[in-house]
Design a protein around this ligand. Sequence first.
Ligand SMILES: Cc1cc2nc3c(=O)[nH]c(=O)nc-3n(C[C@H](O)[C@H](O)[C@H](O)COP(=O)(O)O)c2cc1C
Length: 437
Amino acid sequence: MIDFVTTDPLRVGLAAGAGVLWLLMSGVMLTRGRARASAVAVDALILSASQTGQAEELARHTHKALNTGGLTTRLMSLGKVTVEDLQQAKLVLVVASTTGVGDAPDDGAAFERALMSARPDLSAQSFAVLALGDRSYEDFCAFGHRVHNWFTACEATAKKPITEVNDLDAQALKQWESYLKEWGGAAMQADNPFAPTSLIARERLNPKSEAAGLYAIEFAIPEGATWVAGDLAEIRTSSGHRRDYSIASLPEEGRVRLFVREVIKADGSRGEGSGLLTTLAVGENVPLRLKTHKGFHAPTGDGPVLLIAAGSGLAGLRPHLLELAGRGRGCWLIYGERHPLHDGRLSDEMRGWQQGGRIRKLDLAFSRPDDGVKTYVQDVVAQQAAAIRDWLGQGGSVLVCGGLDMGRGVDAALKAALGPDWLEAALSHGRYRRDLY
Ligand SMILES: Cc1cc2nc3c(=O)[nH]c(=O)nc-3n(C[C@H](O)[C@H](O)[C@H](O)COP(=O)(O)O)c2cc1C
């Protein structure tokens, strides 16, 4: 056996020097290797920017269709792409959704901030954009349009006009598929189709509340399916619409559990997805599939985590709490509901988890308490700004799940508490993740 241990100071010094030199050289080689690896020439580079996973999935299908057709392809997140990557591709395809109020998804925000302010020469590239959106929003497909306009401004050639997709409209997706075929691709194939899935149990969690019904809804696990914290269950309604719900359980609990808030519209009719889920009889089936949602998987690193949710948003955090605490990461939960007694079922479970040590810190905010003092989760963030800075330090992470307005309020409060730089760095390193709807 060769013994590398030495106590001679001169030899230690030489060995250390040689080691440093080797590290420096291998560092250079690694850097070069990485640069080479990241700048591979391909027929088609497929980029996705997705908030709730739909654009990400369609980008995957696009990639597979072109690859099966014999093209050399590369798939990556828009947030990770460099100018060099773009210039190495003959054809760049961007699948991008719009979120917030005409905003880029979180994994497209860095691209918009950094790359879109420059005008690199893309005159040798062709491009096409598949823009996902919803016409009920004023800024329909706004981010997709900004991306399309940017490529044009960089003198890339538009292979096709932008393809706008309203609420996953099948016709528009067929149009995109026909383009892929024109470019040499095969048919797009869903990697995980809907399967009839049976409702096992449903319980209203807030029977005495004046708020809309909040239900715990449990399905059997579709055969062979599995998931991790942050993933989604998608259902298809009888009229063909698709709705996503955060999965509130882990596979080892033996059920796909959802927390669903009933939606009653102004005309008294029910929301399509929640209407189906809150009226379906136990034992009946609904077309359901489980979808990976990378953007809301466990945050990177091993630092402490601040988790923030309101109402049914706890669904997205509950499996994270189970997993993160299981791995020994400190969890601080800030959770908001309406009334401490009538809407307290989910907070009761969280109190139990705090007593059992799974949650290290717990703050509950009630927006309709009897004493009339309304508190929202963003108020707690503002009140506890100094403690949050201490808790997160440089390497901590933040997970937020719930309605868009709450998400905006929390984002503003976090910016004030931690500074925009902290939050931007955390966003681009996967330490600030949001599932907002
Ligand atoms: C909170 C939220 C905000 C949204 N804002 C917009 C918008 O401003 N404009 C738009 O066209 N679509 C908007 N949408 C619709 C999404 O773009 C659409 O559902 C898309 O299919 C989601 O794709 P993704 O899962 O890849 O993010 C919004 C959806 C959500 C949940």
